[in-house]
Structure formats: C-alpha cells, structure tokens
Design a binder for this molecule. Structure first.
Ligand SMILES: NC(=O)c1ccc[n+]([C@@H]2O[C@H](COP(=O)([O-])OP(=O)(O)OC[C@H]3O[C@@H](n4cnc5c(N)ncnc54)[C@H](O)[C@@H]3O)[C@@H](O)[C@H]2O)c1
Length: 437
C-alpha cells in the first residue's frame, strides 16, 4: 500500500449506518449524544481521548490523535440503522437495559427520532430471533438492492457527505468460505440463486461496497472476510475490516498471553467461561451462532503463543471457551478465566481472572473509533482490508498469505505507526540508541 498523497478533509456530515439496533448500537448512539451535549466523557475511545507521541522523547510532542489526523467531529455524526424489530432507538435502548433511565431520559427525544429500516433477515442464520420489521424479496440479490436503496435514501435525507457501515447485528450461524465466495462473479450469481452460504450480513456488506461505503464487521460472522468481497472492495476503493469487537475476555487474553510468552512461561490450559443474559447471549445460546463466536474467541491464543515454534511451552494447551445464557445478568457479563501456567523446571501455577464487565459499555467506544477511522481510511484512499485496525477486533482480518496479529500492544503500535505514516511523521521503533550517544 502506498502512503496517501493527501487526505480529503472531513467536511460535512458523516452518516454512521448500523445493521442491528440492539444493545451495542443504541449505547453507542446515546453515548455520542451525551458527549456532544457535554454531559459525559468518551471514556474508552482512542480517537477522542488518545494521544500519540511524535518524534524523539526529548521533543515533548504528544498531540491528541484527533489533532494529528483529520477525523470527523462528533457534532457531524448522524445515525441510521436496520433491525428486525420496529422499536426506535429509545425503545431498543430501554429494552437492552444497558444505560440507566437517568442517562436515557436526557437523550430520549433524540433517540426516538432514530427508527430502524426494515432488515434483510432470515431466521435460518439467527435461530433464536424472530421479528416483523423485515424486507421482502424474491432473491438475496433483490434484498441487497433494497439495502442499496436504503443507503442512498438515508444519505440524501440526512444530507450526508459520507457514510460508513458498522455491523452491530446478531451473530449469525457458522459458515465457511466456499466456492460461491471465491470471486465477485460467483457471489453475485449466488445472490440471484439464493445460495445458502450467502448470509444476510453479506448482503449488507455487498450493498455498502457497491455504494462506496466502508464496512466494519463487529460480529464474528464470515460476512466481508471472503475473497469475493475483498476483491470488490479493492475494485471500488472501499476500506473493509473485521471481525468481532474485542471487548472483555478476549481483550484481557490478548494482554495476558503476550506477557507469558514474552517471559517464556509455559501453559497447560486456559478455561474461559461467561455468563450473560442479554439478547446477544440468547442468540449465542443457539449452537450454530455459538460456534461462530467460539471460533473467533479460540483463535487468539493459538496465534499469540505459536505452539509450533514453542512446542515445549505451548504444545499441549487445553483451550476451552464457554458462553452460558443466564438472563438475570442482562448486559453485565461475568467472564471467568482459569489459566494453568508453568515456570522454571515445569513447576505449575494458576491465575484466576474474574471480569465483571459491561459488554456494551466496552463495545460502544469501539464502534465510534471504527466509524471515524474507517472514514479516515476512505478519505485517505486506503482500500481493502484495514489490518492496522486489528486493535479493535477479536479475529482480525488480514491478507490471505499472513497470519493475524492478536497481541494488543503490537496492534496498538501498528495503529499508531499507521497514523504517523499517513501524516508523513517518522515511525517510532522504540530503539532509542541515539539518547546514549
Ligand atoms: N457487546 C460486546 O461486548 C460485543 C463484543 C463483540 C461482538 N459483539 C457482537 O456485536 C453484535 C451486537 O451485540 P448486541 O449486544 O448489541 O446484540 P443485540 O442482540 O442487543 O443487538 C443485535 C440486534 O441485531 C438485530 N438483527 C439481527 N439480525 C439482523 C439483520 N440481519 N439485520 C438487521 N438487524 C438484525 C437484532 O434484532 C438485535 O436487535 C453481536 O453480534 C455481538 O456478538 C458484541
């Protein structure tokens, strides 16, 4: 990829379109509005609070990221979404039960204006959901064309200069890439023939790319991670990325595992279990959707620990992930980890992590950062997979010949170096030998 010669300024409005108006997307929209009104602080958002060091440590140049790269302003964001339920964003947020009535009431009028467009939905891909706000069409291609029309109508009605799409809808059943996904021609033929390996999320992704709209996938579904849509995104000069927001348990996994590996401590096993009671938990109670999530959660350790390079340390790991739907907890998940490690002479040790987290509170700032960074990438002429945004994903997409980078600190360095590179600043290697000349 070549360094952007220039980056178009973020003038006018940026529409953030979200398939799925559930817990994550409504928490994101309500939060942005509260921040815009000066009622809150965007905690967890790198684009809003993060800084970036430029030049030598002696120079003292540490601007905010948003002052280095030209990002859209929060005031310029407008929101839209699709859902299988007709609830407006206020009703959906109230049902999701993430934010207190105290916060929701302040933005009630605003959220009530955001009504979901009809979803492209098929229950065979999300077994535990049933809704009425659903598009009708003879073929998947027809449904995708309707999504394209929705995108154009939204842009016009809201007088947007640009759009981005972030998938915040339910996790679909596990699908593997197959022949119908291999190139654009087969994929478009497959949509017209209602091929079962083309899930609704792929229709949104295809529609977004067709309209020149960047697409980020917040769930572990295959969606845009197929050669056909990668090829299409490159051809249309559209940035794409995914998969699965890296929020609670996996965030900690990708912090702890690199620490053990850096110190050459061995591992026998990692048992992760979760209890959660929101709609996401209910959807994941179906084995098909759980399998998609499980694959996404399992990948990180294997790639970080590299058992084939370190067989004596990581050759015999038992890695298990469980998700249990437990309604009393709502969105406030509990993630337990038991980690069996070993040290000098093979002596065993145990670590227990009990993270009482709030899923959507962790995910909302990720939606914001992804929307702003994908818009930046588009204005900078960066197309195809945006691997530099792996920082935000549990199961990061990357070029076919590469393995994904999961280590949070490498991801963070990569993200910040990409921003420096985009702006023509010197990259930071952390060598620092010059300070001791
Ligand atoms: N919250 C987190 O920490 C986190 C982390 C990683 C990934 N995710 C993923 O983000 C997604 C959203 O999570 P959530 O907690 O908001 O779930 P949620 O169940 O509250 O919301 C998802 C919404 O998507 C809708 N939907 C399903 N299929 C649709 C379709 N084809 N078109 C339009 N709408 C559709 C559902 O009706 C639902 O309202 C899930 O896939 C979840 O696995 C969440």
């Amino acid at each position: 990829m070549r360094r952007p010669a220039s980056i178009a300024p973020p003038k006018g409005k940026l529409g953030v379109l979200m398939p799925g108006m559930g817990a994550v997307s409504t928490t994101f929209m309500a939060g942005v509005e509260l921040v815009r009104r000066g009622e809150s602080v965007p905690v967890g958002s790198l684009t809003q609070l993060g800084t970036i060091r430029l030049g030598k440590r002696t120079e003292g140049r540490v601007p905010k990221i948003k002052d280095l790269v030209p990002l859209a302003k929060l005031d310029d964001l407008v929101f839209g979404g699709w859902d299988v339920f007709p609830d407006d964003a206020y009703q959906a947020a109230t049902k999701a039960g993430v934010l207190d009535a105290r916060d929701l009431t302040k933005v009630q009028k605003f959220l009530k204006t955001i009504k979901p467009m009809k979803a492209a939905f098929d229950q065979s891909y999300v077994k535990n959901l049933q809704g009425t706000n659903v598009k009708k069409g003879k073929t998947k291609f027809d449904l995708a064309e309707q999504i394209r029309q929705d995108i154009r109508d939204f842009k016009k009605k809201n007088k947007c200069d640009r759009l981005v799409m972030v998938w915040c809808a339910s996790t679909e059943v596990f699908l593997k890439a197959e022949d119908v996904h291999k190139d654009l021609k087969s994929f478009e033929k497959g949509m017209k023939a209602n091929h079962p390996a083309i899930a609704p999320s792929m229709l949104y992704a295809w529609a977004a790319i067709s309209e020149g709209v960047p697409f980020a996938n917040g769930a572990p579904n295959l969606t845009v991670d197929i050669p056909a849509l990668e090829e299409y995104a490159k051809a249309k000069e559209v940035p794409i990325g995914g998969k699965d927001f890296k929020t609670g348990q996996t965030l900690l996994k990708t912090v702890l595992a690199p620490a053990f590996k850096a110190r050459m401590l061995g591992m026998n096993g990692w048992f992760s279990t979760n209890i959660l009671g929101n709609r996401d938990g209910e959807v994941l109670d179906d084995p098909g959707s759980f399998k998609t999530k499980e694959e996404s959660k399992l990948g990180a350790l294997e790639y970080i620990l590299q058992p084939s390079i370190y067989p004596e340390l990581y050759g015999k790991i038992h890695h298990k992930v469980r998700i249990n739907y437990y309604p009393p907890r709502g969105d406030n998940k509990e993630g337990w980890d038991n980690i069996d490690i070993f040290g000098w002479l093979g002596y065993p040790m145990q670590i227990k992590v009990d993270f009482l987290c709030r899923d959507s509170i962790l995910a909302a700032p990720i939606v914001l950062d992804l929307a702003l960074f994908f818009d930046l990438a588009k204005r900078a002429g960066m197309r195809g997979i945006q691997e530099w945004l792996s920082f935000y994903f549990k199961s990061p997409m990357c070029a076919r010949e590469l393995y994904p980078e999961h280590d949070l600190f490498i991801q963070s360095m990569k993200l910040k170096n990409t921003l420096r590179w985009m702006m023509g600043e010197e990259l930071i290697t952390h060598l620092g030998a010059e300070y001791y000349d």
